[in-house]
Write a protein that binds this ligand. Structure first.
Ligand code: DI6
Ligand code: FE
Length: 399
């Protein structure tokens, strides 16, 4: 078999199958940007390649996937955070012009170029840790033009950098001030006008909403899901972050790819997610940064074999985090996940949360050749360290 590149003398965590899929003396071979073989050297077919890379026993994992981010946004909320450190409440901050609305104002006044320019250093921080796929949500524009600008900026990041981008329309993130007291009218508008416009330009791969007391109700969320279904777009949901509105069960009813946050998820939500195959995306960065004390029901999710993903939730208000390695460490220390669960959470299960398990997330023939090559002795080191990056090399689309 003729291929472009062969990585030899490697240890693989293929993530194919239920566990890490560890292989000593492994080989990965790529042709036209796709994996043609990943497995033990002993079982490899006869192959030759233009380029053979000796990995000297380093570990190769699938390229990492950050499946929940708000990485495109303008400005930051460090001053607001200082006020929170000094004891200010969320309401105090909102009255002082802070909160999501302050990011909305900054984002509305930024050009597409500016949005890209301010997001790229954050994207580069993820890329430097072996991330090869990033989901990016809108939701800080909250008017049609600005939501479209955010999504275009997100798509353009995939042109500026060697990374796969999945975009999500999150018009139902927060109520813009011009609709104060009129949230049903806002939801109607995004369902009947904005979403069809955004979908017709192919700007969204999925649709999300924030179902919460400070976000949107279950009934409003359901309208968003129905509109997404009319457009043929899959849904996800910010659910059970601050209270239990049974959003995850609603998302599952609509076949959601994932329900995210989930600190207040209960047994009925777990059962609904299991039945629908909805991924539980946990966001330990937001849990940590907001000093949440309620843990997501890890044991229940594990017992029900609901797939668990981990993501940064990179956003300026509740998780200004741009490290998926640190996210894994928090998944283990704060959420009691195992090493295997953490690594699967940023590879196989994150791919599933994006509806892209067919082409990313594991080292298997036929998938994109997106790899992370690590200077580590064991996979546990990826989860164990805090603030240290053992990436040796990153391969995107075979390059
Ligand atoms: N949940 C969150 O934690 C973020 N959005 C959401 O729906 C908060 C976003 C922000 O404060 O800017
Ligand atoms: Fe979020």
């Amino acid at each position: 078999m003729r291929c472009d590149t062969i990585w030899k003398d490697a240890r693989l965590a293929t993530l194919a199958g239920p566990g890490l899929g560890s292989i000593e003396n492994g080989v990965v071979a790529a042709s036209d940007g796709c994996i043609v073989y990943a497995g033990p050297e002993a079982d490899a077919p006869a192959m030759d390649a233009a380029q053979i890379i000796l990995c000297q026993g380093r570990w190769i994992t699938p390229g990492l996937i950050d499946c929940h981010t708000h990485i495109v946004h303008e400005g930051n909320r460090a001053v607001e955070w200082e006020m929170r450190l000094a004891g200010a409440s969320y309401e105090d901050i909102a009255r002082a012009g802070g909160g999501i609305v302050s990011t909305m104002n900054a984002t509305r006044s930024a050009s597409e170029e500016q949005l890209i320019e301010t997001a790229l250093p954050r994207v580069d921080a993820l890329i430097a840790e072996g991330v090869t796929s990033i989901e990016i949500k809108s939701g800080y524009g909250l008017d049609l033009e600005s939501e479209i600008r955010m999504l275009r900026a997100a798509r353009r990041i995939g042109v500026e950098r060697s990374v796969n981008i999945a975009t999500t329309f999150l018009g139902a993130h927060s109520l813009p001030p011009e609709f104060a007291g009129n949230s049903d009218a806002y939801i109607d508008l995004i369902c009947t006008e904005w979403l069809p416009e955004i979908a017709s330009h192919g700007l969204a791969d999925a649709v999300d909403a924030f179902c919460d007391g400070i976000g949107f109700s279950r009934a409003q969320t359901e309208k968003v899901f129905q509109a997404a279904a009319r457009m043929g777009l899959p849904v996800k949901l910010h659910a059970e972050q601050l209270s239990n509105l049974h959003g995850a069960a609603l998302a599952a009813e609509y076949g959601a790819l994932s329900a995210d946050h989930l600190e207040y998820l209960d047994d009925s939500g777990i059962a609904a997610m299991k039945a629908a195959g909805t991924v539980a995306t946990l966001l330990p960065g937001a849990f940590y940064f907001t000093r949440e004390s309620r843990l997501p029901p890890i044991g229940g999710l594990r017992d029900a074999a609901v797939p668990i993903a981990l993501a940064t939730d990179c956003n300026p208000g509740t998780s200004p985090l741009t490290s998926l390695l640190l996210t894994m460490n928090m998944g283990a220390t704060l959420f009691h996940l195992t090493v295997e669960e953490c690594i699967a959470g940023v590879t196989r299960n994150a791919a599933r949360a994006l509806g892209r398990l067919k082409d990313i997330g594991t080292l298997e023939a036929g998938k994109r050749c997106d790899l992370a090559i690590w200077d580590i002795e064991s996979p546990a080191e990826l989860v164990y360290r805090m603030g240290y990056n053992p990436l040796h090399a990153r391969v995107w689309s075979g390059q």
